[in-house]
Design a protein around this ligand. Structure first.
Ligand code: GDP
Ligand code: MG
Length: 437
């Protein structure tokens, strides 16, 4: 496993036995992080259920280092979700092996056709690129340029607008010139439409590709999944190439595409350079996802900071509607234990740390609220003494604030109480239900 994950393991301190609640909280963090990373909702749901099932088994509960066990399971399940092991390109026993690229416009088909040719050439193959995008004016030229940079021959027919014919002629050309690989670049559209699918089907019928590779732009997030699903229903897709994994993509597409189409991701595009194509390694991607946004240290922090006993006590109080200023203060303490709010937010995947600099997390206000509550007597905090004007004045003076602020806090607190009263009936039922895994 990659360094990031190793670090996380090291960071994790041995925790004693963990309760089902610990686990449930951790799973909620995992779930949020995956959703933040743009993973398909249904995929997340299945994933979390799978991990929870395994994690609530004896393997974890009886273990001396349960937190690490949970991470191990999360990692293993991520790898499994992305296909387990690396998947090779299908090579035809009877050359040439015909590879057909399919995908939307701008996904990276033309670039990737050349990249793949370059990769195979390095392995001693003799690839021929075939320019079948007859719609985009400069498409043929583009393939010739990128092919030329890698010293790859490119088959094209000037002026011909029949993509099926070009593909057929390209195949004949490959046979005649002993090219053992034929990579067919095709046209894309901005959206999936019937004309595009029909043309791809026609080409496919004519040249019988060994493998159709679906090129998907990882940066398009949820859309990538829909696109992959649509192509997969129409064509015999053999595998997927995820492009643009180099940007600050959240990696969610990799998880969802594989899970939704059930087709292996074979390669990934890692940059604009023509050498930036890599075999897709599920385990490396899992590490990347786990390392992202420092998700695991967030889970760890949440585990440490939230005192479970206190959380349960709070739940009881909510149910019996005895929420007091003391509880309010407790809650604030717990939040503070997780560190500055800005840091906590920054650990969430998908949250840009730089952008947070502009967010005004009002910690000063929190400090003043705390001061006010601390200036109350214990009886006042527990609502045993009514807060008369003279008491309020004393509190304002004691906390170095003003009457306005004291009144504002009390008002806020009363609103909170009211809200909890309304919620508490339904909430306790739901909380109990959520307990069960
Ligand atoms: P096509 O319409 O599917 O043929 O897409 P192109 O091959 O023309 O690529 C569209 C754009 O995406 C080009 O500017 C490429 O340089 C860029 N591109 C393709 N693959 C990658 C990749 O893996 N990473 C990055 N950063 N850019 C890529
Ligand atoms: Mg193209």
């Amino acid at each position: 496993l990659a360094d990031k994950l190793q670090n996380t393991f090291r960071k994790l301190k041995g925790k004693g036995k963990i309760s089902e609640k610990d686990l449930k909280d951790a799973m909620r963090e995992v779930k949020l992080a995956l959703l933040e990373a743009d993973v398909n909702f249904k995929v997340v749901k299945d994933f979390v259920r799978q991990v929870s099932e395994r994690a609530s088994g004896a393997e974890v509960m009886e273990s001396l280092t349960p937190a690490q066990q949970v991470i191990k399971i999360v990692n293993e399940e991520l790898v499994r979700l992305m296909g387990g092991t690396e998947q090779r390109l299908s090579i035809s026993s009877k050359p040439p092996t015909v590879i057909m690229m399919a995908g939307l416009q701008g996904a990276g088909k033309t670039t990737t056709a050349a990249k793949l040719g370059g990769l195979l050439k390095k392995q001693g193959k003799r690839p021929l690129l075939c320019a079948c995008d007859v719609y985009r004016p400069a498409a043929v030229k583009q393939l010739q340029i990128v092919g030329g940079k890698l010293d790859l021959p490119v088959f094209a027919e000037e002026g011909c607008t029949d993509a099926v014919k070009i593909a057929k002629d390209g195949l004949a050309h490959a046979l005649a010139h002993a090219n053992d690989i034929l990579i067919i670049d095709t046209a894309g559209r901005l959206h999936i439409d019937e004309a595009l699918m029909n043309e791809l089907k026609e080409i496919s019928k004519e040249v019988k590709p060994t493998e159709i590779l679906l090129v998907v732009d990882a940066m398009t997030g949820q859309d990538a999944v829909n696109v992959a699903d649509a192509f997969n229903k129409e064509l015999e897709i053999g595998g997927v190439i995820l492009t643009k994994l180099d940007g600050d993509t959240r990696g969610g597409a990799a998880l969802s595409v594989r899970a939704v189409t059930n087709k292996p991701i074979k390669f990934c595009g890692m940059g604009e350079k023509l050498t930036d194509l890599e075999v897709f390694h599920p385990d490396r991607m899992a590490s990347r996802i786990l390392g992202m946004g420092d998700m695991l240290s967030l889970i760890e922090k949440a585990e440490q900071a939230l005192d479970m006993k206190k959380a349960e006590e709070l739940e009881r109080k909510l149910r019996t509607q005895q929420f007091t200023f003391t509880d309010f203060l407790d809650q604030m303490e717990q939040m503070k234990n997780m560190g500055p709010l800005q840091n906590v937010l920054g650990m969430l995947p998908g949250v840009n740390a730089a952008a947070l600099k502009n967010v005004d997390v009002d910690e000063k206000r929190l400090a003043r609220i705390e001061a006010i509550i601390k200036a109350m007597t214990p009886r006042e905090r527990d609502l045993l003494d009514k807060l008369t004007p003279s008491r309020k004045e004393r509190i304002a003076r004691g906390s170095g604030t003003g009457m306005n602020e004291v009144n504002a806090l009390i008002k806020q607190f009363e609103q909170m109480q009211k809200m909890m009263k309304q919620l508490s009936g339904g909430m306790s039922k739901k909380m109990k239900k959520n307990r069960g895994f």
